[in-house]
Design a protein around this ligand. Structure first.
Ligand SMILES: CC(C)(COP(=O)(O)OP(=O)(O)OC[C@H]1O[C@@H](n2cnc3c(N)ncnc32)[C@H](O)[C@@H]1OP(=O)(O)O)[C@@H](O)C(=O)NCCC(=O)NCCS
Length: 196
């Protein structure tokens, strides 16, 4: 794990205020979150779960994530409401190659805990961590039907970079549009510095 990520993680656990006087506790995913994280995925309605890229109803998948934590590569930040794990946002990094300066963000909130600002809060933290760790951009991938999520990312400053018609397939092999959204993390001054 890079020094900057390690430093960034020292601010957690962190309590943040949500709507309706709710408070959430945010922290990196831990080894002992296995059961709760699995339950979060089980509670996602089947039609929505089809859009998730991994076999998240299988406990082995979740166990593998919880037991092989490498925050420098995948940093999953979880959100707890009243002690229950109800949200997760992850910063995925490629440590080499063409996209080494771009982090990828994904997010999921329990249906019963939506609309309170938890996703906004989790993604806000992930963007800060990405910026502090020296990443220059973050991106997020969607399928055409994830309109609510795209709207939310647009509110957070992301813009659509491309849309490819019927390009990806869900877990039932149905085709969907693929959308890539992105956000620049460099300030105008940093851009000017990079150019000169
Ligand atoms: C998208 C998702 C993460 C939003 O979680 P959430 O905690 O309800 O989101 P928030 O309460 O933080 O909402 C933030 C903003 O997004 C917008 N938004 C969120 N859900 C919305 C919806 N269903 N319809 C329209 N706008 C929505 C709101 O305008 C809100 O802004 P506001 O606070 O000014 O009202 C959640 O619906 C989800 O888990 N969806 C399935 C997974 C997914 O699509 N992930 C994205 C792929 S990476």
């Amino acid at each position: 794990m890079s020094f900057s990520i390690e430093l960034e993680l020292q601010q957690f656990p962190k309590t943040v205020a949500l709507k309706e006087n709710a408070k959430a506790n945010l922290r990196p995913l831990r080894r002992d979150d296995e059961k709760e994280l699995h339950q979060l995925f089980l509670d996602i309605p089947e039609p929505e779960r089809l859009f998730i890229k991994h076999r998240v109803t299988e406990i082995e998948t979740i166990r593998d994530w919880c037991r092989n934590l490498d925050y420098g590569r995948n940093l999953p930040l979880v959100g707890l409401l009243n002690g229950k794990l109800v949200g997760i946002a992850t910063l995925h990094q490629q440590l080499g190659g063409w996209k080494r300066h771009i982090g990828r963000v994904s997010v999921l909130v329990h249906p019963a805990s939506r609309g309170r600002g938890l996703a906004r809060s989790l993604i806000g933290e992930i963007i800060d961590i990405a910026r502090q760790s020296g990443l220059e951009k973050v991106e997020a991938e969607f399928i055409g039907e994830q309109e609510a999520a795209m709207k939310m990312f647009a509110l957070l400053g992301f813009s659509q970079l491309l849309r490819l018609e019927n390009y990806v397939k869900d877990m039932q092999a149905n085709s969907h549009d693929y959308i890539l959204m992105g956000l620049d993390l460099l300030t105008d001054e940093e851009y000017a510095g990079a150019g000169g």
